[in-house]
Design a protein around this ligand. Structure first.
Ligand code: FES
Length: 362
């Protein structure tokens, strides 16, 4: 290992034989500028090279080879499985049973496909590819002055020869064409939204309205306030959701988490004083970052965690964001109970659910 005048480090020994003999602790530099500590540790070098079993035992080598190509074939089988599952369990019906089977079997196929490639490639690299220890020479990132001057020369020459700087009409029209080029994609994506409906309105309102019972997901059984004990959490859908025409779309907006805290633990603003029922609170399950389901509840801290990008929401403070990229609190669903003691909504959410950018259009 050597250090040049500019301070960059250059490593020169590369063979594994050399690594078996630790390099002496050398410090090169201008006399008078090098700092040498009297108790500096000696560079121990790299540990001795140990041959792998696959290098010394031909049978093990062949066994490993078989394992690796079996993993790759398993990956192919996983991909075929995923395609077959997609065809075998169509989700167009909106039937939850089909959707679950489809998700499960496609997921299993894709897991097998990815794991097969991943484990096979790692195994190949570690067990069969040449086991050679090398050292890369470390260079300064900045180019030399000559290289930089030459780059500028080439740039200016290219500018001169192409006429990019001189022919402003052509240049500006090209920039305009490049800016306009992605615009059709915007229009095409707009076409993916329901044609006969207003997507903003669709996203702004959910199935919740005054008197709709809170029911368990997925059974649809109504929930009594007395069922919700302190520390428990329920995944909730509105009553009637399972019979809705666009059941999945509606569920993607209306899914709610229900929790019970001690009333004194809740810090509520005056306009939300009656939005909870004896400490039972309901919040949208759709993360305000990019819409993943916020499904992890930590009952000791009363924090909800979104597993996608780790946003955390504090239920004791109206689900405000305490960590992560989410831009605003989870919308709260005002709730109460009906005559029979079942939990019901007081109204729809008072703000759009899901990613914050929808708010800009509301
Ligand atoms: S979607 Fe929840 S943190 Fe990103």
């Amino acid at each position: 290992m050597a250090q040049d005048d500019s301070g960059s480090v250059e490593l020169t020994e590369t063979s594994s034989t050399a690594l078996e003999h630790p390099v002496e602790d050398e410090r090169l530099g201008d006399p008078g500028t090098a700092v040498i500590l009297s108790d500096a540790p000696v560079n121990p070098g790299f540990p001795p090279h140990r041959p792998r079993l696959t290098d010394t035992d031909p049978k093990q080598n062949r066994r490993t080879e078989r394992t690796i190509f079996t993993l790759f074939y398993l990956s192919i089988a996983g991909s075929v499985w995923a395609i077959a599952a997609y065809l075998a369990f169509p989700i167009e019906s909106g039937n939850m049973h089909d959707v679950r089977l489809s998700t499960m079997f496609i997921g299993l196929g894709m897991v097998l496909a990815l794991l097969g490639i991943g484990i096979g490639a790692v195994h190949w690299g570690k067990q069969l590819m040449v086991d050679h220890e090398g050292i890369d020479i470390r260079h300064p990132v900045r180019g030399t002055d000559e290289t930089r001057e030459r780059s500028i020369e080439i740039f200016e020459q290219a500018n001169e020869e192409s006429g990019f700087g001189r022919r402003t009409l052509i240049r500006n029209s090209l920039i305009g064409a490049l800016v306009a080029f992605p615009l059709p994609a915007v229009v095409l994506f707009r076409g993916l939204a329901p044609q006969d409906q207003d997507p903003i309105k669709d996203l702004k309102y959910t199935m919740w309205k005054k008197g709709v019972r809170l029911t368990k997901d997925p059974t649809g059984l109504p929930i009594k306030a007395s069922d919700v004990t302190i520390g428990s959490v329920f995944h909730v859908i509105p009553d009637g959701l399972n019979d809705a025409e666009d059941m999945l779309d509606e569920k993607a907006k209306a899914a709610v988490l229900l929790m019970r805290l001690k009333p004194e633990e809740l810090h509520v603003s005056p306009d939300r004083k009656d939005w909870n029922y004896h400490g039972i609170v309901a919040y949208s399950k759709i993360c305000t970052h990019v819409g993943c389901p916020v499904a992890l509840y930590e009952q000791q801290t009363h924090h909800l965690l979104c597993p996608c990008h780790q946003s955390q929401f504090d239920i004791t403070h109206e689900a405000r964001v305490i960590f992560g990229p989410a831009g605003r609190p989870l919308p709260q669903l005002p709730i109460t109970v009906d005559d029979e003691g079942y939990l019901v909504a007081q109204s729809d959410f008072h703000e759009p659910v899901g990613p914050s950018f929808w708010e800009r259009n509301s």
